[in-house]
Write a protein that binds this ligand. Structure first.
Ligand SMILES: [Zn+2]
Ligand SMILES: [Zn+2]
Length: 302
């Protein structure tokens, strides 16, 4: 289970209604930030999320609408009580950007900042999840990310009902592979544990519809895809997708849900983008600044 809270859902520049692109993924007490457009600190504060809880930042690419919020965010963290390491991941130039930022800012940070540049296919492995970077097609070096919860072992709820069992502290031992006994009932891990598949999320970053995103989004629980324009209104601007493009890709990848984001400032009302996408992929939702989604056991809860 994890939660996604959108902090900015616009492209190019902040508007009255939308800040530029950023969202937080919360998983087991950890907050992971994907992109950090201008104003990210304001939205974090409005959403009640502490910047000090952010352990990792993933930058998709170096267009201002995806990273101009980072300087302010880092320097705010340095004024707080933070001592915990912050790791910043991104494409080529991430190291150069952070080193320059920290060298000219008289920052005197009280916490370490680690920078890891990622290439297509590189994966970060944590205890309960993995995050894989993949190259997308936008112009400058740009990455998308696949977040995947690891499968977990859980106690068979049908069996529990059958034996009229209620939650018990000893279940933790069972999950750790030990045999337990409750009221004379001997319970072996191999008889009682079932696999619960983890949920997954793909963030496209900025891109035209591309094979790498389709591949990463295969059967994903939720695909967050950029949707800068309405079908037929792309003009000469290449390197971006329409909401219809995003929907077609979601369908092709057999994603379970699609959330549209990164809207052009020209759209005060994004409903037409949603309607267009829904003609191809009904499980489509609109992101909105400060809107949250819960992703649990294959379902998306708005
Ligand atoms: Zn952008
Ligand atoms: Zn861009």
């Amino acid at each position: 289970m994890f939660e996604v809270i959108f902090l900015g859902t616009g492209s190019m520049k902040p508007t009255q209604k939308r800040f530029t692109t950023s969202f937080v993924l919360r998983h087991e007490g950890e907050s992971i930030l994907f992109d950090a457009g201008e104003g990210v600190q304001v939205r974090l504060s409005q959403s009640g999320l502490s910047p000090n809880k952010i352990s990792k930042i993933f930058i998709s690419h170096f267009h201002g609408d995806h990273f101009y919020g980072i300087p302010g965010l880092i320097f705010s963290m340095s004024h707080g009580e933070r001592t915990k390491k912050l790791t910043i991941y991104g494409p080529k130039k991430t190291r150069e950007f952070i080193e320059k930022l920290l060298s000219v800012g008289y920052s005197n940070l009280k916490f370490p900042v680690e920078v890891i540049e990622l290439k297509n296919g590189e994966r970060i492995e944590e205890e309960t999840y993995t995050i894989t970077a993949f190259s997308v097609e936008h112009g400058p070096p740009a990455l998308g990310y696949l977040f995947k919860e690891k499968d977990t072992k859980n106690i068979d709820s049908k069996k529990m009902k059958k034996h009229k069992l209620t939650p018990n502290k000893k279940f933790r031992e069972l999950k750790n592979g030990k045999e337990i006994e409750i009221d004379g009932l001997k319970m072996k891990p191999e008889d009682w544990l079932v696999d619960t598949p983890g949920d997954s999320l793909v963030y496209s970053g900025d891109t035209i519809p591309c094979d790498n995103t389709t591949l990463a989004a295969k059967a994903v629980t939720v695909l967050i895809h950029e949707s800068t324009y309405l079908d037929g209104e792309t003009q000469e601007d290449r390197g971006h997708s329409t909401s219809l493009d995003a929907a077609k890709l979601a369908k092709k990848a057999k994603a379970k849900n699609l959330i549209l984001t990164h809207f052009s400032p020209r759209y005060l009302d994004t409903k037409p983008l949603l309607e267009s996408a829904k003609t191809v992929f009904p499980n489509t939702y609109l992101s909105k600044d400060l809107k949250g989604f819960v992703i649990k056991r294959g379902e998306l809860v708005v």
